[in-house]
Design a protein around this ligand. Sequence first.
Ligand code: C2E
Ligand code: CA
Ligand code: CA
Length: 627
Amino acid sequence: MNNFFTSLANKAHDFFFPTFDQAELTPLQIRATTLAFYSIIISSIVAAPINIYRDFVAGNMVIVVATTLYLVLILLGFTLILFKRSLDLVRLCFVMAVISLMVGLIVDFGGTRGFGFFYFLAGYSVFYYVIGFKGAILIPVLFFGGFLIRSRFGGLNPLSVLNDPEARTSFLIVSGVASVLGVFSVLYQHIVVGSLYKAAYVDELTGLPNRRKVEQVLAQKLQKSQTHGSGFSVMGIKLTHFSRINSCQGSRFADEILARVGARLGELCGRDDFVARYSGTVFLIITDSTELAELVKAGNKALASARESIVLDGQAIALEAGLTITRFPNDCQDLETLLSNIQTGFARMREQHGMVSFYDEERHHAEMERYSMIEELRQAIPRGEFSLVYQPKLRLDDGMMSGAELLIRWKNARFGNVPPSVFIPLAEESGLILDISRWVVLTGFAAIQSVQAAGAKTVHAINLSPKDLSDPGFVVFLKELLVACPINTSQVEFEITEGVLIDGNPVTQQTLDFIREAGFRLALDDFGTGYSSLSYLHQLRADNLKIDRGFIMQLSESNPNPPVVDAIISLAMSLGLDITAEGVETAFQQTYLSARGCTFGQGYLYAMPLSQDEYVLLLKGNGRLRE
Ligand code: C2E
Ligand code: CA
Ligand code: CA
């Protein structure tokens, strides 16, 4: 209920206190002029009909017509302000209203009342900005000039007080003084208020509105959008690498460039758009459009204009700029977020160089989460947040456990249990994977050593990332580790993906060579999902080929003969490789795979990834996973 009244009050305030984007006024002036404006409207509505009636009775038809026209135009202007909010149309109405009254008064030479126009001279100078500066200066001049010329001709209304020559002279003197005062009042307001406005809201260098004005306009826009449900967009244009110009050519030069870019952007934008210099090298354009295609078009135009090189003192200066767009209410709900979105957009510009980039809230959040996750990941090893689990593999022909794949787990205070499918890619991107892999290999080797010492003959698989293989330090690390923690390498299998050879990095090849020379086994993980190429397959000389879970998943009673699985199995067989099916979940899949001659199976059908204790317990039993 409370909300309802607040929104109603907001709407009413918005309706009766319109703000014009074009008007260069301080908020106080807007309020004062709006009040003055209402008083003129109300007094006109009260006084004009009475005057019309009196002049009609007296037979002053010129004044009757002029005053009626004045009243109609004033009311029209008032309606336009409330419903159209166009300062141009309102200005036209008021100028015409004033002129019609002026013409009437001059023709009638003061009318029956003679001094009727004084009230009006005093009033209009208050809201001169509605009429416009030139109009406000011209009106008293024309008024007085009109009276002066008129006084040369006779034929006054017989009822007019001005038939008396003395009264006429004093009338001319008074109206002359009033006109001069009117001109001064307007000039004074224009100069004083204008310079106050400039000092507060105009950027000295470019002549564009400054940051303070931007914030004021944005606040108005936000309020308007919230009450009317409309939207708008803000484009931020930033000149990049500008410090280079500042340091090489000097600040005077740099200032001149900023001024020119500001002028270019100002010219480019339509009257309905608002262009401002927000800070040092940042310009903002506020536009009512929220249409993506339209914004991209306008954005590209603005960007092209900002980037156009500038010739100064015979030197051509190349400019670099980026642009980011934020839409309201699509990307933000308040002023603060809107401005911070622009900053984020600029930060992202470095990645998407030279493109119009959109600020997009979801993406922003995802990115922030990503950054903080990487930060947490950095601490994971010292904080001891990683652990290893063991997922058993079994020989399909006799159901005996043949070994296990070591899988990493991350338990973090802030993010909880994060699956490796989420953090491994982040680790690869940030380079943290090298440390993480070493932790896995080190911890894995220690565990393998203890189970081997207990007499287990199983093969343990460890996943490596392509980054590990292309890291020259990895071989050194492995060599040292083998000295410190000697194990039977033939019972350790490194799982790598097919893509490792794609970039032709010689280090990768050397690492693979070392792994084989040292006697480790090599498995091709996720086979069939990547760049399956026979030549790579050959070059890698793997021992084991792991059919990706995705293919095994397709195997079901309703799809008993998926061609790809058969093709992979016969390919591996022809190359003499072991075959491991990943993700075996159903008895049907198991029967099918074992009938085709698939060597090993791994999946929830047999066991979930187990803790080390559970795994050792299983090893100590008969190691049979299937009856
Ligand atoms: P991957 O190497 O293909 O590992 C097998 C994934 O499939 C594991 O997920 C495992 O828990 C899951 N899985 C096994 N059997 C089944 C099943 O029957 N059904 C289903 N739905 N899933 C099954 P996990 O542990 O989440 O690992 C995901 C991926 O993360 C791994 O895929 C691997 O690429 C990567 N990863 C895990 N640990 C390490 C590591 O220590 N180092 C590196 N570099 N990558 C790792
Ligand atoms: Ca794997
Ligand atoms: Ca896999």
